[in-house]
Write a protein that binds this ligand. Structure first.
Ligand code: TYD
Length: 131
């Protein structure tokens, strides 16, 4: 199974809810970068790449989206809906994001800064590197 979900503890009180993400505690690496995806237009398909070394955790803060995971041998679709669930995106996992609901906000924590050289954007090359 490619799906690796971290369940975050919700701290609720009479004010509402709060979730804390802590590097090297409930997020399993030191965090160097956080980015978020929002305002995704209907029908858009994002991602379509793998990373050579980068480790990430994706959390859908609002709405829902589907993330396809592919390790070169098997593929699995995960519907991310809850803001208390983090999907681990390990290195060498091809991933694609689609079926964004209106208002979907996807936040991603990453263990390194942005580096285009870490991307594999060619699926044929990804399959080759998986062998
Ligand atoms: P990209 O990773 O290709 O988005 P997606 O795979 O979700 O479609 O990034 C889109 C653009 O944003 C691309 O030009 C690179 C840039 N970018 C940064 O500058 N910093 C970042 O941290 C990320 C994730 C992307």
């Amino acid at each position: 199974m490619l799906k690796n979900i971290i369940k975050f503890r919700e701290m609720g009180d009479d004010q509402g809810w709060l979730v804390a993400l802590e590097a090297e505690h409930n997020v399993p690496f030191p965090v160097r970068r956080v980015y978020y995806i929002y305002g995704t237009r209907p029908g858009v398909h994002r991602g379509r790449h793998a990373h050579r070394k980068l480790r990430q955790v994706a959390v859908c803060l609002n709405g829902a989206c589907t993330i396809l995971l592919d390790d070169g041998r098997q593929r699995e679709e995960v519907r991310l809906t809850g803001n208390t669930e983090g999907l681990v995106l390990d290195p060498m996992i091809w991933h694609e994001m689609y079926d964004f609901s209106p208002g979907c906000v996807l936040i991603v924590l990453a263990d390194d800064w942005y580096d285009e050289a870490d991307y594999i954007r060619d699926y044929a090359l990804f399959k080759e590197l998986c062998r």
